[in-house]
Design a binder for this molecule. Structure first.
Ligand code: A2P
Length: 278
């Protein structure tokens, strides 16, 4: 198992990212610096997490060469459209206080339930990302929470997304979305790979954890990797931060992967890209 994936533009991306959703600004710098100290080389944030100042400080304070750390951020829904997205990017870069981003994502698609011209809005936002990519300000661009119906228009542009970051955890693996992306050269990333903690008490996963001598969280993270998906586990707890990276010394058998893939819904965010009201 490699410790990195290769995006469709040839850029290397470390195969486990440190998630920071719900990490408060005041804790972010210490958590991120600690995660980097413990071996993470991939940090995921977003404008709407309101912790970019701390995340950027953590990256800078880590003492590790910036080029060795893969940093992702995302444009929030209030800044869709060409000009607004460019402005949002400037704000993100000021807050992070970094010279460039490794990956910039559209956080959520505009959808038909909120906008008649949703496809046009997504295309305009996407054009801004292409512009930033061409200008060398970001090394890769992509989307988050896009279903194939949202991706279709973007696939017709001169640069197709390199990443789609979706909710992905046992009991909710969005197989159709993941397969569509993977068969079109779009790398899938998993937000909430632990179901925001909800899947950790599942009996089947607990049994598998015992079988492999690992924690349930590690089973979930390894399961993502074996499905060719990049997990972004979030934790502010030192022991767990270390634990979540310690998944390269075992392999889940094909049959057990199938067993996890077949788990019924055991909880998730409940957020559907075509139904959310934000
Ligand atoms: P905390 O941040 O307090 O350590 P997800 O990545 O799916 O969103 O899940 C994040 C949630 O799971 C957080 O509440 C986090 O708690 C918890 N968590 C993260 N890693 C582990 C772990 N190894 N064991 C148990 N809980 C974990």
């Amino acid at each position: 198992m490699n410790n990195h994936f290769i995006l469709n533009n040839g850029v290397e991306i470390p195969s486990i990212g440190y998630g920071t959703w719900q990490t408060p600004q005041e804790k972010a710098a210490d958590c991120v610096a600690y995660a980097i100290e413990k071996g993470y080389r991939h940090i995921d944030t977003a404008a709407c997490y309101e912790n970019e100042v701390g995340v950027g400080k953590g990256v800078r304070d880590s003492g590790i060469d910036r080029r060795e750390i893969f940093v992702t951020s995302k444009v929030w829904n209030t800044h869709r459209g060409y000009q607004k997205t460019l402005a949002a990017f400037e704000k993100t870069m000021n807050d992070l206080a970094l010279d460039y981003l490794d990956l910039y994502l559209i956080h959520w698609p505009a959808s038909f339930s909120q906008y008649e011209n949703w496809e046009e809005i997504n295309l305009e936002t996407w054009r801004a990302l292409i512009e930033l990519y061409r200008a060398g300000k970001v090394r890769a661009i992509g989307v988050s929470n896009f279903l194939p119906s949202h991706l279709a228009a973007l696939m017709q542009t001169e640069i197709k997304p390199m990443v789609n970051q979706i909710e992905f955890h046992p009991g909710f693996m969005q197989s159709e979305v993941a397969k569509y992306c993977q068969s079109n050269g779009i790398t899938v990333e998993a937000w909430s790979p632990l179901g925001t903690g909800r899947v950790l008490e599942n009996a089947v996963l607990k049994e598998l954890a015992d079988k492999y001598g690992k924690f349930v969280a590690q089973i979930c993270i390894r399961w993502c990797l074996q499905n060719d998906v990049i997990p972004l586990p979030k934790s502010v707890t030192p022991k767990r931060i270390v634990e979540n990276l310690d998944v390269y010394d075992f392999e889940i058998s094909k049959d057990d992967i199938k067993l996890i893939n077949a788990l019924p819904y055991i909880g998730g965010s409940g957020l559907h890209p075509d139904k959310v009201r934000f």
